[in-house]
Write a protein that binds this ligand. Sequence first.
Ligand code: SF4
Ligand code: SF4
Length: 66
Amino acid sequence: MCDRPLIDPAKCDGCGVCAGVCPQSALVVTGGKVNFTMTAGCSWCGECEAVCPSGAIGCPYEIVFG
Ligand code: SF4
Ligand code: SF4
């Protein structure tokens, strides 16, 4: 189980748009790449995935067959 969205650092260009929309302030741009802050919790709102112009953020959820 994943507790936060996945960020693909190869796609992220550090524009900071996601950090600007995150209602939990869970994202911060450091060194030209976005990272999660350790002090804020992600609420899985999906806003960061929706606004990222580079498609670098994904909010996956587990699909269980059977
Ligand atoms: S899903 Fe929402 S709360 Fe979580 S990091 Fe993205 S914008 Fe922030
Ligand atoms: S919006 Fe996308 S490209 Fe911009 S900092 Fe966030 S993850 Fe990186």
